[in-house]
Structure formats: C-alpha cells, structure tokens
Ligand binder design. Structure first.
Ligand SMILES: [Fe+2]
Ligand SMILES: [Fe+2]
Length: 289
C-alpha cells in the first residue's frame, strides 16, 4: 500500500480510510505490525456515524466541474497557499506553548512544512498560470507564507487563539484536516494537470509528490500521538471525540459547498465563529503534555 494506491483510487472506494492507512504504511517506523489499530478503529466508527461528504463521488464530481474553470483553479491555489500559511502560524503558536519536547519538535517541523507548502502552492500558480497574475499582486502573495524555518526560535503568534499547550482534541482535528487536505490533493492533481502545459507537467508533479509525502507524514504523526493517548486514556472517549469532530468538519464542508468552495479561505472562515476557530477551551480537552 503506497502513494500510488491512493492516487489511483476511485472516489467511490472510500479514500478517507485509505489515506489514513497509506499514511501509516508510508511512515511505519516504530511499528512492527498493524500500526495504530485503536486510532483506525476510531476512524472507522466515525465514518459509520458521521460519513463525511468530502469523501463521496458527488463531492469529487462537483470539484471536477468547478475546477474546469481556469480562474477558479488559480484562485483555489491562492486559497490553498493562504490556508497553509494560516495553519503554519497556528502550529507555530501551539509548538511555542507546548513543553513536551518530542511533541514540541514535531509541531515545529509541521509548522515549517506548512509554511513551505504556502510557497509551493504559489509556485504551482506561477508554473500553470504565471502569465495571468499581476506582478505586484504576486509579490503581495508572498506574505501568505510566514517563512518559518527550523532554525528560527519559536514564539506564540500575537493574538493567536492557539497560543496554548496542544491538546488531544487539537491532534484529532489536525488529523481529520490533514486527511481532508490529502483527499483535496488527490482531486486537485488531476484537475490541475488539465490546465498545465504539457512541458511543465513534470515540474507540477514533482511539487505535488513532495506535498503529498508531507501531508501523509502529518496524518501519520498525529495518528501515532492519538494512538499513544488512546492507550493511556479510555478508547471510548477518544472514539467519541473523533465522531464529534467529524461532525464539525462535515458541517464546515457542507457550508463551503454552498459557496462552491472546497477549502474555504481564512476570511470566509472568520465569518463563521464555529468554523476553524475550533479551539474550545471549555470542552474539557485532554492536554497532551
Ligand atoms: Fe500542507
Ligand atoms: Fe499538512
């Protein structure tokens, strides 16, 4: 089971569970046999109780239809860059405020990855739609990436609601979001290929391979942290948390679909208090520390 299995999977085959399994198979160090059985069990239960609309044939078809329009595709790449950059700042704040050393390091690495991803989406914009982006606007877009590096010192981003120690709930949400990003990635791959000149396809595929490798790594490391937490806590409450957070993500997805968005922008989310501002300090979340 590898990346190719996932990339060649049909929308009707249940890509969500497959993405989780491929991610674990590709990042299996530390596991001899079936990695993260309790985590996978929680995912299966959540899929039964809250089947996600973003893992359906209808969603895949809607995405294909919308992405046939070049302008939609170009804006979607910019939106992706914006989300990656925003995700990076959230992770940076969580990493800054988390004391457990191994987890702090993984969060920081994750933030650096997402910061780089923002630039990779802009690079894809240049390669596929370069001639149609205003140069001054393109320079402005560079601000979408916070430009984090591993060498930089961590600090809580001023005003960030994520300036707090990371919790198990954060990792559950991250895990679902990373799987959803992976499903979007699969759909975007074929759609972007239709807009990309033949002689530039190899450049795009190389960027996409690196993006997919990272997203699967993010699915896997969050899954491993959740699995370790399930071992310490009771598995029923973790499964319940997955069901609840799937319900939230499904609601976000359906709201996005109303506006023909498949990964809505930061400003779009800001209009909905329950969307993305998912840090819920009152919900009795379990700290990972
Ligand atoms: Fe990313
Ligand atoms: Fe990611």
């Amino acid at each position: 089971m590898d990346q190719q299995t996932l990339l060649s999977s049909d929308a009707s085959s249940g890509r969500l569970l497959l993405a989780a399994k491929v991610a674990l198979a590709a990042n299996h160090s530390g596991f001899e046999h079936c990695p993260c059985p309790k985590y996978l069990k929680a995912i299966v239960r959540a899929l039964e109780e809250e089947p996600p609309p973003f893992d359906t044939v209808a969603y895949d078809r809607l995405y294909r239809e919308a992405s046939a329009e070049p302008q939609w595709m170009a804006v979607s790449l910019i939106t992706n860059a914006e989300r990656e950059g925003d995700g990076a700042t959230r992770l940076w704040s969580l990493a800054a405020c988390t004391e457990t050393r191994g987890i702090k390091r993984q969060l920081k690495a994750h933030a650096v990855d997402e910061s780089r991803h923002a630039l990779l989406y802009l690079k894809m914009l240049d390669v596929v739609f370069g001639g149609s982006v205003d140069p001054a606007f393109r320079i402005d877009l560079m601000r979408l990436s916070p430009g984090y590096t591993v060498r930089q010192r961590l600090y809580p981003v001023p005003g960030s609601p994520y300036a707090k120690p990371v919790s198990l709930d954060d990792f559950v949400q991250m895990n679902i979001a990373e799987i959803r990003t992976t499903i979007h990635h699969i759909m975007q791959r074929t759609s972007l290929a239709r807009h990309c000149p033949e002689n530039k396809q190899h450049q795009i595929v190389s960027i996409q391979n690196s993006l997919l490798r990272d997203e699967l790594k993010h699915v896997a490391y969050t899954a491993k942290i959740i699995e370790a937490a399930v071992t310490r806590l009771d598995s029923e409450s973790v499964a319940h948390l997955f069901v609840r957070r799937f319900r939230d993500f499904n609601r976000i997805t359906l709201e996005e679909l109303d506006s023909n968005a498949f990964d809505c922008s930061v400003s779009c989310c800001a209009k909905r208090p329950w969307c993305r501002a998912k840090v819920d300090a009152s919900s009795g979340l379990v700290s990972i520390q």
